[in-house]
Design a protein around this ligand. Sequence first.
Ligand code: 4AD
Ligand code: MG
Length: 461
Amino acid sequence: MEESIRDILGRDDGGGEVTVRGWLRTARHAKNLSFLEVSDGSCFAGIQVVAGPECPDFEDEVRGLGTGCAVEATGELVDSPGKGQRFEIHASQVTLVGGVEDDYPLQKKRHGFEFLRTIAHLRPRTNSLGAVLRVRDAATRAIHDFFHDRGFVQLHSPVITLSDAEGAGDMFRVSTFEPGQVPVDEAGEVDWKQDFFDAPTFLTVSGQLEAEIGALALSRVYTFGPTFRAENSNTSRHLAEFWMVEPEVAFCELVGLADLAEDFLKSVFRQVGEQCEDDLAFFNERIDDSVLETLEHVVEEPFGRITYSEAVEILEKSGREFEFPVSWGADLQSEHERFLTEEHFKRPLIVTGYPKDIKAFYMYRNDDQRTVAAMDVLVPRIGEIIGGSQREHRLDTLKKRIAEQGLPEEEYWWYLDLRRYGSVPHSGFGLGFERLVQFMTGMANIRDVIPFPRVPGNAEF
Ligand code: 4AD
Ligand code: MG
């Protein structure tokens, strides 16, 4: 493979002939010289190619190049006199590889994010989406590094599943039945026995239940995969398809889990900060001027830790008029979460001990009988970024919780089995990967931190 622009810009010295291939961000044609900014996406910066009449086909080809053209350029790598660029290329040859038609939608330098979403097939060529995709990649690597450094085994949880891991029912159905030809049984009910899996199946909302299977054999596992939620939430923080990272640890209780979550976020932020300096500098300059400060703050400062009851007390005493009223027993809304983390604590916050009635069936019931050993990590601007808990590992209590929530016990038979054969205290959490990337980059809408957003009403690209 040829050197990428990133490799070339990373050289100590100029000199020698290089070849770059990429797409023109801009082309400026002066009197006898053309200035072509070539980007290949390998790093934030492009490289400037300066071409003159000594290039073959200068008049017929090079002078006609414009934004979006795919080119190959060869020439001498020299120190650049220009500000903010280390090298430029004095071309001996520039070849057009793929031209653009006149209606190329990315002619302008800056487009609104909303418009860019309508051209998801082209928007990775913009500065912002390119930077997002590199940050996603760096964060992915940082996540795998973090867990592997600590002896976790990656577990591949299934995408198609029978069980509703959250007991919340926001699931996409998976079926090979033809619409209009769905078989029914004698009672007039849909006959799922005739469907592909002989049972109703869905896209997973979380890999947690399977991760628990893994943790109760391999002690420390994590999953990292796509998850799906059919909630009709048209917000800047919800996707119908998003990626989740879910560690699950045996012989671990809630405090150990909170420590793991804090170490995890600090480590991922540190590594991405080191690897994506230029991309993050861009976000700080153009998108949100607190990006770099936030990054440093997350890495350096300890997170706050409070209980749900303390959170409710703070909110009640805040004197703030919230849209949703605050009272013990009600779930924290995004406005409450943001007040706590942005204004009151001014740092990421771990909230524990939520009322059992607003949390999922699998959470460990505390001795007070009314709260569970749940844990949410809240961060400024986003609110909840991580949700997790110690798991209910006592068979009787778990059965009670399943019944209380009106869930069908027989569907959780294997989950209950885990409590009958060598059950141990264990804990885990789920990080919403896109919310992490949103937090790191300062991007306002979650649809702009995933290459192909799936939201109600749209799954085109
Ligand atoms: O809090 P949630 O629903 O927790 C679970 O699914 C647990 N089973 C995780 C576990 O304990 N292993 O989701 C976890 C995280 C949330 O904190 C949020 O960051 C993200 O997933 N999330 C979403 N991100 C984007 N779009 C959505 N619709 C999301 N729903 C949850
Ligand atoms: Mg949650």
